[in-house]
Ligand binder design. Structure first.
Ligand code: SF4
Ligand code: SF4
Length: 317
């Protein structure tokens, strides 16, 4: 998982184009990791790449395929920190304003779940996940920190401390948001940090409930952040269930929803519906099972078959 090389190491091999949803859609190299790295090698500044940087979905599919071991998403986030998204300019002030509050109190449980905003909007599913996994839902889920990471906003140290301190003593943290998961692993190296998709798909009742006619949609950010380990996990799940997965020939997860900040605000070059239709094209599936609540909303719009969250497939088990 540890990658530290930057744009200077890019050889221009173009392998990252094969997996990049922006390349698939626009065939414009300036919207890809290859394009960013080569532009930087030739003296471009973050401001010159702003439009492309804000439209990257941060799916992280380019990270595991780069033969030069460049931390591509780390490079993109560093460049975004030099810009700060216009829709997030008040976020830092809001985070600064939290100074007077006492540290958040978490439950006394040894493990907690950090849901993302899309999951928070479905309290019934959230309660089901907590019951299924026997886990408490964190009072402070770090949603503002996840947003700051992708928006290029500097996280005030006191806010980060307030978020992390109650998490330090835990045995395990289950995280719904892949970008937050990647950073929590760096911030809390002694705590076991697992994606919500991995946690649920390891549960016996959930595994038993998957069918050979399902399409299982992996949430890409968390998967690509831990690709070498998780590819084995999902290969095992694919063999055991017989389900189809949103994986390409390199077993890179094809993203459905682009959940990056610009896609949620104004300019959306990512065309979620087009990509979801492309993912479904030619498949005969009776049900779609998703790890991400945002994917459930999108796929329900375009698929014509039931779309259920992974926590819900075990309802009848
Ligand atoms: S993170 Fe995804 S969208 Fe962004 S450059 Fe990499 S593959 Fe393309
Ligand atoms: S895969 Fe890596 S080395 Fe190859 S073009 Fe993309 S960023 Fe450069």
């Amino acid at each position: 998982m540890k990658k530290s090389k930057d744009h200077a190491a890019c050889s221009g091999c173009s392998l990252c184009l094969l997996v990049c949803p922006m390349w698939r859609q626009h065939r414009d190299i300036s919207l890809t990791a290859h394009g960013y790295a080569k532009a930087l090698q030739h003296g471009a500044a973050a401001a010159d790449l702003a439009a492309a940087l804000w439209n990257c979905t941060l799916c992280a599919a380019c990270d595991p395929v780069c033969p030069e071991q460049i931390d591509v998403t780390g490079m993109i986030l560093n460049l975004r920190r030099q810009l700060v998204h216009p829709h997030a300019q008040d976020l830092q002030a809001r985070m600064e304003g939290q100074t007077t509050r006492s540290p958040a109190t978490q439950s006394t449980a040894a493990s907690v779940l950090l849901p993302d905003p899309a999951l928070r909007e479905h309290p019934g599913t959230l309660a089901r996940i907590a019951a299924l996994l026997g886990i408490a839902v964190a009072e402070d889920d770090g949603a503002d920190i996840a947003l700051a990471l992708e928006a290029g906003v500097t996280i005030p140290p006191h806010r980060l401390k307030r978020f992390l301190d109650p998490l330090r003593r835990l045995d395990k943290i289950i995280v719904a948001e892949g970008l937050l998961l990647k950073h929590l692993r760096l911030w809390l190296p002694k705590v076991r940090i697992v994606s919500l998709g991995e946690a649920l798909s390891s549960h016996a009742a959930v595994r038993r409930s998957l069918r050979a006619t399902d399409l299982y949609v992996i949430e890409p950010r968390a998967y690509h952040a831990d690709y070498q380990r998780l590819v084995r996990h999902y290969d095992g799940l694919r063999v055991a269930s017989g389900s189809a997965f949103n994986l390409d020939l390199q077993r890179i997860a094809i993203p459905a929803t682009a959940c990056s900040l610009p896609q949620r605000s104004e300019v959306n070059m990512a065309d979620d519906e087009g990509r979801a239709c492309w993912m479904l094209h030619g498949r005969k599936v009776s049900r779609i099972v998703v790890e991400s609540m945002a994917d459930r909303t999108l796929l329900a719009k375009v698929s014509g078959v039931p779309v259920v969250h992974l926590a819900e497939v075990a309802a009848d088990a």
